[in-house]
Write a protein that binds this ligand. Structure first.
Ligand SMILES: CC(C)(COP(=O)(O)OP(=O)(O)OC[C@H]1O[C@@H](n2cnc3c(N)ncnc32)[C@H](O)[C@@H]1OP(=O)(O)O)[C@@H](O)C(=O)NCCC(=O)NCCS
Length: 145
């Protein structure tokens, strides 16, 4: 296994976009469009490789000098429940600590709530329905420094 940062618009990035569309968008009848991809140009893109194939991905979006947001966490169907999502989150947390962020925030779908709780995140406020992903979500936070 290998976890590393990948570059926006690279071949690896495109592979991660395909995985995100399959895992996070398709079932809801959605797809990431050109505007979505342009907007994440300055984000930090992280990928988990098994035999040179991307089977997990996560994005970090800095919000200000203290806060960074975890987004778009996706693990390929056949590989879920094997600790890959947690390894991606740990890698992202180390990156955030190394870059002097003190808080990580995220929006969790209800279905992933326990996953984030197990990784030390706590809910903030009430359940809400996402604007793009119209399923129940919770806002979550972890203090890392
Ligand atoms: C949610 C997701 C990223 C978790 O990654 P993963 O590699 O499957 O999770 P891990 O194996 O690291 O799980 C860590 C812990 O969380 C729990 N967990 C994982 N997914 C869970 C889920 N959907 N519901 C409840 N608990 C879950 C596991 O049981 C595990 O606990 P354990 O170690 O005590 O068994 C992955 O399952 C996924 O891509 N799901 C579909 C897309 C999605 O919902 N993404 C998040 C959008 S907010």
């Amino acid at each position: 296994m290998l976890i590393k940062q990948i570059k926006h618009n690279s071949k690896e990035y495109q592979e991660a976009v395909d995985l995100r569309n399959t895992i996070l968008r398709q079932l809801l009848g959605l797809i990431l469009d050109e505007k979505d991809l342009q907007e994440e140009k300055s984000d930090i893109h992280i990928a988990f490789f098994e035999n040179n194939i991307i089977i997990g991905t996560l994005i970090l979006t800095p919000k200000d000098k203290n806060i960074v947001r975890i987004r778009q966490v996706a693990v390929a169907n056949d590989y879920q429940g094997k600790g890959i999502g947690s390894k991606l989150v740990k890698f992202a947390e180390k990156f955030a600590i190394d870059h002097k962020f003190s808080k990580i925030i995220l929006s969790s779908r209800n279905t992933a709530l326990n996953f984030y709780k197990k990784n030390g995140y706590q809910t903030l406020g009430e359940e809400y329905v996402g604007k793009t992903i119209k399923v129940p979500h919770f806002e979550m936070i972890k203090y890392i420094a």
